[in-house]
Design a protein around this ligand. Sequence first.
Ligand code: TPP
Length: 194
Amino acid sequence: MIEYEDIAAALQRERGDAVVVTAMTQTKFWKEASDRPELDIPTNNSMGKASSVGFGIALGAPDRKVIVQDGDGSLIMNLGSLITVAGKSPKNFYHVVFDNGVYAITGGQPIANSGAIDWPAIALGSGYKAAYSFEDTEELATELPRIMSEDGPILIRVQVKPVITTNLGVIQTWESNAVMPAQMRSVKAELAAS
Ligand SMILES: Cc1ncc(C[n+]2csc(CCOP(=O)(O)OP(=O)(O)O)c2C)c(N)n1
């Protein structure tokens, strides 16, 4: 099992000027690791939609890499997005699935069939170009540079040690709901300027 901090560090080393879209627990750890917050979009207030948001950006900015940091529970809610992504096959789309086996931020409820879901098989069966699975920090850090130089869409499943805390919040306030649109405007301005 890999720790959130180690995945965030490995992704940060490879992100370059990629747009990074995060879901749930990843948002907290990525916020601490990211050196380009103006290119980050958290989607905590729209569960399941990280892949769809990232897909739209990947189509609109085909020369810019997009890294989606999805949750297993979130992706299960929007599994059809894998097929939609594969239908357009964006070369710049890298889909990291954080497999912690639980719905962590709502208290750690187990995910149906967790431990037996073959994420790479689902991605390849949907039409992704490639798919990988990592359970070891060193292996992830070693392989990631090569994977990120390949054409997408690629799914990278990482087995991550759950961090169960309910204070990471999908707190529905005006303030929290405003974060995602504000970050979308930020990314739009960055892409327009490049
Ligand atoms: C449609 C909908 N159903 C349920 C929720 C409540 N909810 C918010 S986060 C979450 C768990 C997310 O699980 P996962 O994507 O695996 O991320 P983790 O919390 O494990 O980081 C749930 C069930 C929601 N926000 N929207």
